[in-house]
Design a protein around this ligand. Sequence first.
Ligand code: AHR
Length: 349
Amino acid sequence: MKKAMEKIKQVIFGHVGICILLLCAAPLLFIGHGLFEEIEVEQAPPDSEVKDLIVVGFSQLGSESGWRTAHTLSIQDALTKDAGYFLIFSNARQIQENQIKAIRSFISQRVDYIVFAPVIEDGWDTVLQEAKDAGIPVIIIDRMVNVADSSLYTTWIGTDAWKEGEKAGKWLERHLREKNRQSEDINIVVLQGTIGSTAQIGRTEGFEEVASRHDNWHILESATAEFTAARGKEVMGEMLRRYPNIDVLVSQNDDMTMGAVEAMQEAGVSFGEHGQVAVISFDAIRDALEMVDEGLINVDIECNPVQGAYIDMIIQKLENGEPVEKSYVVEENIFTRENVAEFLEGRTY
Ligand code: AHR
């Protein structure tokens, strides 16, 4: 427990530290760049240096979570020079305008492929039309886009967020049955991710579909904590002050869960396997799986970040003129105290 709590503090203070730095820098950014932090997009070296390489522009949506770090690494590990790629990486810091700017820069640099993980689903038609007009294939990863014309992208690789939400609901049904509490009133709070993102929309709708079959499940409140530990702590702290009788926390990623766990500790509210609040989390990064093992998180629904190899496979197919599927859904598991130990050993993220 102590080990897990130290880790939680590292995650939260790491993010808080970054927030404080950003707050201090905000006036400078305001003067220098207007209302949001604009990014500079890296340029590819001259053609002579990349002539035998496939140039890929990758717009990552941000670095908000442990999951995101693993996702970025998976892509950087797959698209290496040794594997025949030159990767231009751009971090949008959770701002859609930054992603649009990065994609436009990739187009003007005439990269061979654009890979991007969209921060939210809406608002991509124009820039993707520009990529299509320039003849650059677009591979969407992780979250989805909501566009009128699906020919604006070549393929999508990601996870089934709706199914993840449904799995959370079905786990709760089983859990309540096992505790013989299936007829009791059950008070639920939900920490949501970035509003308008596929992970938030899917996990919310999938869970609510199951919840709608149970009149005794009461979702007291759903509020965004933006997929970060610091906001998870804040928002959960507010919820604990508003609702003294929370039975279940559904937290749409592990970072928010770690923040929420700290809020519950500070409020003196017990949680996990033997506590008042059952904790349902998503992602299944290593630190959280250790908390499952210790009984602090009841269940962790996996969202698999290992997507780099798929991108390599798809690009190689396209290079060889072979057809690709319109979507690839990566494999995902559910972790509880019963099965987590066997997966912890090999977990690198
Ligand atoms: O889109 C995937 C989600 O985004 C992960 O659950 C979360 O940790 C990340 O920020």
